[in-house]
Ligand binder design. Structure first.
Ligand code: NDP
Length: 292
């Protein structure tokens, strides 16, 4: 990297654990691009100044990812928001163009769908159960309600019911959420009758975390998708596997959202060889963090 290198990065708090630098710096290296992807841990009171600096012609930053807790907070700083991100009302990717205008995208939602396609799971007429109502649930619930391959139903549970109610009320102002039903307990998710169970909570990050559902509810016809990818086999996925269910962690979603973000920044389509190397970098990063 020299004084002219373009800078990309991720803003959030905390961001130290992020695997995104591994993926994006691999792509820059493979493409021979003089750019570097950095971590920007920002406190809430630092956002104003960060975005003011970003607009200066002298700023070397041309693209950002946004993570917890700022995916909604960044909206007010943007000049333009892509239609999907406007519906979801959350942005995880920002492009800064030559005029220093800020364009916001949501690549979490299509990243999740791309992983479902890879898993050969078609959402049409399926019964879906979701746990959690935070930022990631917002993107996933919204896109599942909008996709042409419309699920039959989506039952959603959150520990804090008010947050779930607020999420549904907010989304329903812009999206047809009629297939989504808030439920009062995990039992009401009707997991025995579901085709897909998605954990969007942060429970599972620690190996000693609970599995969140009763093991007997999990079954062979179910795909259990945990957004947590570190550890790769979360307590929920371990239980699901033992019950003969299909399992997937969120590393695929992380990968696809990252590829889509990179393509927005660079305005190119990445070829399969580079994408493969980005994914390998992520997988290596997870296994290294497991050992450390
Ligand atoms: P948020 O902080 O926005 O939301 C957290 C959610 O977890 C809330 O629904 C919260 O419920 C719930 N929760 C937290 N602790 C508990 C608990 N002890 N019991 C029950 N529910 C709990 O986080 P995000 O939605 O942004 O992210 C959630 C997880 O998804 C994180 O682990 C994150 O790393 C992962 N993620 C993965 C992505 C990927 O690409 N694979 C992308 C984005 C996120 P409550 O409202 O009651 O507090």
């Amino acid at each position: 990297m020299d004084a002219q290198s373009a800078v990309y990065g991720i803003i959030g708090y905390p961001v130290a654990h992020s695997l995104s630098p591994l993926m994006h710096n691999t792509a820059f290296k493979e493409l021979g691009v003089d750019a570097v992807y950095k971590l920007f841990p920002l406190k809430e009171n630092e956002l104003d100044i960060f975005f003011a600096e970003l607009r200066k012609p002298s700023s070397p930053i041309f693209g950002l990812n946004v993570t917890v807790p700022y995916k909604e907070a960044v909206l007010e700083y943007l000049d333009n928001i892509a239609p999907l991100a406007q519906k979801i009302m959350a942005v995880n990717t920002i492009v800064i163009n030559k005029e220093r205008k800020l364009l916001g995208y949501n690549t979490d939602a299509p990243g999740f769908l791309a992983h479902l396609v890879e898993l050969q799971f078609n959402t049409r007429d399926k019964k879906i159960a979701i746990m959690g109502s935070g930022g990631s649930a917002r993107a996933i619930l919204a896109v599942l309600c909008m996709i042409p391959e419309r699920p039959d139903s989506i039952k959603i549970y959150n520990r804090t019911p008010e947050r779930l109610d607020n999420l549904l009320e907010d989304l329903s102002a812009r999206i047809d959420t009629s297939i989504a039903e808030p439920v009062a307990s995990v039992d009401d998710l009707d997991i025995p009758g579901a085709d897909l169970l998605i954990n969007t909570t942060s429970v599972g990050l620690k190996p000693e975390d609970p599995g969140l559902v009763d093991e007997e509810l999990l079954h062979r016809e179910l795909l259990v998708y945990d957004l947590v990818y570190n550890p790769p086999l979360t307590p929920l996925l371990k239980m699901a596997k033992a019950r003969g269910a299909r399992v997937a962690n969120g590393l695929g979603m992380l990968y696809y959202q990252g590829v889509l973000a990179f393509q927005h920044w660079a305005n190119v389509l990445l070829d399969d060889d580079i994408k493969f190397k980005m994914r390998q970098a992520l997988e290596k990063g997870v296994s290294q963090s497991m050992r450390s």
